[in-house]
Design a binder for this molecule. Structure first.
Ligand code: PAF
Length: 277
């Protein structure tokens, strides 16, 4: 079947026939191999795969990269068709926000005022609101989110659980380049020198993971050492943090379900990554 593109909500609703178990993969476009792996997960979890591309103004603050977020529709369509995606929902801003959005999904403060949320106030409220809206429009049985954005994945899976949404949320593993760098749309902003330096973020998380696995539970010290190492190579770290996996709170010393998260600026590009222990 060739991929069918819907730009309006009524056309999508009228056109989704006999979809069976429908899997939604929400994206903002500018698709890379990491996204394409989400499409493969989607295929494994249902009968019909629907991808949305919508650059959501609500999750950007003034001064963030909403305007310069790469819009690569033609290349994205080619990649999606090659990945055997069945449907693409590609609404414009008027379709998604015909009037200014006044109702919002407000995730709990303890999950969104920390880590990414502390540096991007309002971001997760914008993400949760657009994803709930996409859920209402598409009415999927399954939705796929990448663990690369670990905090986002938790905000959305907790939202589905807390609001009893009839949707299974699937968290897909991060896809990495051969040198360890997590695939991300932002990697395209890196100069060749920065691209060569970029895997250091992953390597510093890996160093912490190995230390924890070897029995070192002095998390604060491990975090400080990693940030010092990054600074010595020209990075400006926002945080390196060892947290418990289910709510990203500070873990007791011997907790086993841990995730190590990091965000740092390399030149003018902010990279994030994480590793589960
Ligand atoms: O991860 C993203 O691309 C976006 O935050 C999402 C989930 C598509 C919501 O706009």
């Amino acid at each position: 079947m060739t991929m069918k593109i819907f730009e309006s909500i009524p056309k999508l609703r009228a056109g989704l026939n006999n979809a069976g178990r429908l899997v939604l993969v929400p994206t903002m476009g500018n698709l890379h191999d990491g996204h394409i792996s989400l499409m493969q997960h989607a295929r494994d979890h249902g009968d019909t795969v629907l991808v949305s591309i919508f650059v959501n103004r609500l999750q950007f603050r003034p001064g963030e990269d909403f305007e310069k977020y790469p819009r690569t529709f033609v290349a994205d369509c080619e990649r999606l068709a090659a990945a055997n995606v069945d449907y693409l929902f590609f609404p414009d801003e008027k379709e998604m926000y015909p009037t200014p959005q006044k109702y919002f999904v407000e995730p709990p403060a303890e999950l969104i005022n920390i880590l990414e949320g502390a540096f991007r106030p309002g971001h997760f409220r914008g993400v949760a609101t657009v994803v709930q809206k996409l859920f209402n429009i598409v009415q999927p049985q399954v939705a796929i989110f990448g663990k690369k954005d670990y905090q986002q994945m938790l905000v959305l899976s907790n939202m589905a659980r807390d609001l009893a949404l009839p949707i299974e949320i699937v968290a897909a593993d991060t896809v990495r380049a051969a040198d360890g760098l997590a695939l991300s749309s932002r990697n395209g902003f890196l100069s060749p020198q920065e691209r060569a330096e970029a895997p250091r973020l992953y390597r510093s998380l890996e160093t912490i993971r190995r230390a924890i696995q070897a029995g070192n539970h002095d998390f604060a010290r491990l975090e400080t050492e990693a940030m010092t190492e990054l600074r010595a190579h020209g990075w400006i770290p926002d945080y390196i943090a060892v947290r418990e996996k289910t709510g990203l709170q500070l873990p007791p010393a011997h907790d086993s379900g841990l995730v190590i998260l990091g965000a740092a600026l390399l030149g003018s590009t902010r990279l994030i990554d994480n590793l589960e222990v």
